[in-house]
Design a protein. Structure first.
Length: 134
């Protein structure tokens, strides 16, 4: 079992978003595995970069759905996304400067993502479903 496991408690009832969230879980698991097995820092850097890129593309896709359907809490949601991307960019810079992946970084990624999905993301389920997005 991975560090973070997707199950039905994380569903947002929108298939594309669920699949993208599952991919984010996979990337966090890959990073955790790299840390646990002492993989080279360059390898961890590549995973963090992939995580940042994939997170950006997921956020863009999600925000586009919310924008298209006039989601009332889009600004607040988008602001949370920006904060998370800024954090990942900071970790990328730290790694490039010689830092190693830490347990606190892993816990931050895991906790932020699971909390965000189970609170902010789940709030849009009914709204998107109501607009025919499933
Ligand atoms: Fe699925 Fe708001 O990120």
């Amino acid at each position: 079992m991975g560090y973070i496991t997707w199950d039905s408690s994380y569903t947002v009832n929108v298939r594309s978003c669920d699949l993208q969230h599952q991919k984010l879980f996979q990337l966090i698991n890959a990073l955790q595995e790299a840390m646990k097995t002492g993989k080279a820092r360059a390898y961890a850097q590549r995973i963090v970069e992939e995580l940042r890129r994939y997170t950006e593309s997921h956020f863009q896709a999600e925000e586009a759905l919310l924008e298209r359907t006039n989601y009332p809490a889009l600004a607040e949601h988008r602001a949370q996304h920006h904060v998370f991307i800024s954090q990942i960019e900071k970790f990328e810079a730290d790694l490039a400067g010689g830092a190693h992946i830490s347990i606190s970084l892993m816990d931050f990624l895991k906790n932020w993502l699971t909390n965000h999905i189970q609170t902010m993301d789940r709030k849009y389920s009914n709204h998107l479903n109501h607009h025919g997005v499933h």
